[in-house]
Design a protein around this ligand. Structure first.
Ligand code: ASP
Length: 315
């Protein structure tokens, strides 16, 4: 039988054991465990890679610890604006959304765009209108409130700075101690089809409708059965300019590199030269997984049909 696998991430950055309490670490591990369990159950039951990544992401979006859906960071205006994308490697179909307000699970809307619109990418009010038309679940602003993200935002809201998530400190530490919290998933199903999905609240104190790499097909999210499925996390701007996810795919498709070797070039050579701090998870159509990052840590996990399972935070 074809090997089937799932991998997830919950963001990369300066995640150090000495900054973590045992309780918080346990809560992150539990959140990743739950996401892997629901996503992997889809694959075990013969479900598609697309449905597996969607299920894994919904679980992370509903968890306040991660910067996506319910746990999204605050913008300069003190609201949440969320981005998400999903892509199917079998037919190169994709759906993406950005600048969403009040949508409980942005990945569900991205999936609706992929399946039930003539478009690939919807933004802002139009995307919200489409959510209403498709009967996607909306929630009031209070649903998305979390005290630690509010405090994180309060520390920098009067400045022009924007910051890269998952931090509980003041401005100075915030800017020095960059952390990212986007969520992502990649899967390979029993048919050997692969898929990728990414969802994020973006960056704390972002303004002017800033959009990162996460919803951009080829930058933060990409899937192609001929090469790989990739979901990125990190400082979005360099990942956009590097077209990071598609670059891994090209190295595999045109140069014949393995997933591991292609990701190594992009994460450890290309991105650092552009100040691109972060990481990515990847999957090939044989169900092989790679999880690489150039930051101190990345919340990550994988499971496959051969009984392998990893859940880890630090390097
Ligand atoms: N890549 C995301 C962005 O720039 C942030 C993250 O991964 O945490 O919006």
């Amino acid at each position: 039988m074809q090997k089937f696998s799932l991998a997830i991430h919950g963001g990369a950055g300066t995640i150090l054991k000495e900054d973590m309490t045992p309780e918080l670490e346990a809560a992150y591990m539990k959140g990743m465990e739950a996401s892997l369990a629901v996503g992997f159950a889809v694959l075990e039951q013969g479900g598609s890679a697309v449905n597996a990544v969607k299920a894994a992401i919904i679980s992370l979006e509903d968890n306040l610890l991660f910067n996506a859906g319910r746990g999204s960071v605050f913008t300069k205006k003190g609201v949440q604006e969320m981005d998400a994308a999903i892509m199917s490697g079998k037919d190169l179909a994709a759906g993406a959304v950005s600048g969403l307000r009040n949508v409980r699970n942005p990945i569900e809307l991205a999936n609706e765009v992929m399946l039930h619109s003539n478009h690939v990418f919807l933004s802002g009010k139009g995307a919200n209108d489409f959510a209403i038309k498709q009967g996607i679940k909306l929630e009031p602003d209070e649903f998305f409130f979390s005290q630690f993200r509010y405090d994180q935002w309060k520390a920098i809201r009067d400045s022009d700075n924007y910051s890269l998530d998952h931090t509980h400190q003041g401005l100075e530490e915030l800017m020095r101690d960059k952390k990212f919290g986007t969520v992502g998933a990649v899967a390979c199903d029993q048919n050997g089809d692969i898929a990728a999905a990414t969802s994020t609240g973006g960056m704390t104190n972002k303004k002017y409708g800033r959009i990162g790499d996460s919803p951009l097909i080829g930058c933060g999210t990409y899937a192609n059965n001929k090469s790989c499925a990739i979901s990125c996390t990190g400082h979005g701007e360099p990942f956009i300019c590097a077209v990071a996810a598609h670059d891994v795919s090209c190295l595999m498709e045109y140069k014949g590199l393995s997933l591991e070797a292609a990701m190594d070039i992009v994460i450890h050579d290309k991105l650092p030269k552009m100040d691109g701090e972060g990481g990515m998870i990847g999957m090939d159509a044989a169900g092989n997984v790679s999880m690489q990052f150039n930051s101190a840590g990345m919340y990550r996990g994988m499971m496959n049909s051969e009984g392998e399972k990893i859940i880890a935070i630090y390097a």
